[in-house]
Design a protein around this ligand. Structure first.
Ligand SMILES: [Zn+2]
Length: 231
């Protein structure tokens, strides 16, 4: 966890505030106020998980069953603001809140017993050290808590990737395709697995992870992210 004396000092004086609108939170609110929570741009991918534009994007790259995103991503929108807080403002708890909210939605849809385990896309260790937490792992923990299943750290990165900006889809794919592997003692043979990440843009990272997992013969391999869609 990053240690920031000034921020710690501020939270002593000022109560917790909503990560979006900055209003002081009530004791029953967690990272998001009720108004901002109600205004989240919830996507409908979970209603059509087998056939949607995210699935189409992944299909040529990896074999997966369902592809879903909790939120619709839009530049300068609420989802971008939330992802920024989650990734750069030392808010691991926000990931767990989003995971719990999405888990509730998936249960309402009747998916409670679909998965055995959730596997988050790993961060490279240098990034993990700098940030102090893996935001995808936090999202996975919130989801797992609500769905009453386990989070398995089944993947690891073996090399850092170069910056992905200004690269074509194919270049990006080649850039990440080598760097994931199954962690020792991870067995997902015959298991129903949900692979999760924070955001899906080209889908290359998720597809690279999905290929590694698929090679270990799970019964089902689904993908879920916090936000995706046209930026
Ligand atoms: Zn708010």
């Amino acid at each position: 966890m990053r240690f920031n004396v000034f921020e710690d000092f501020l939270t002593l004086i000022f109560p917790e505030t909503c990560v979006v609108c900055r209003r002081s939170l009530f004791a029953f609110e967690d990272h998001l106020c009720r108004v901002c929570q109600a205004n989240l741009p919830v996507a409908s991918y979970h209603l059509f998980p087998e056939s949607n534009d995210l699935k189409t994007k992944i299909m040529g790259l990896a074999h997966v069953e369902w592809v879903m995103s909790y939120l619709k991503y839009s530049k300068k929108g609420l989802s971008q603001q939330i992802l920024h807080q989650l990734k750069y403002k030392n808010k691991p708890g926000l990931g767990r809140v989003l995971g719990r909210l999405y888990g509730q939605l998936l249960i309402e849809q009747g998916y409670q017993t679909r998965w055995h385990s959730i596997i988050p896309v790993p961060l490279h260790t240098t990034k993990l050290r700098r940030r102090g937490y893996n935001q995808s792992q936090c999202f996975a923990e919130g989801l797992a808590e609500t769905l009453a299943i386990t989070v398995v750290s089944g993947l690891k990165r073996t090399a850092n990737t170069d910056t992905q900006t200004r690269k074509s889809r194919i270049q990006r794919w080649e850039n990440v395709s080598e760097v994931f592997e199954l962690t020792p003692q991870t067995s997902i043979y015959g298991k129903r697995i949900l692979l999760v990440d924070d955001v899906m843009t080209t889908g290359a990272t998720l597809a690279a992870c999905a290929c590694v997992l698929r090679a270990a013969n799970p019964e089902i391999l689904d993908l879920a992210v916090i936000a995706a869609g046209k930026g």
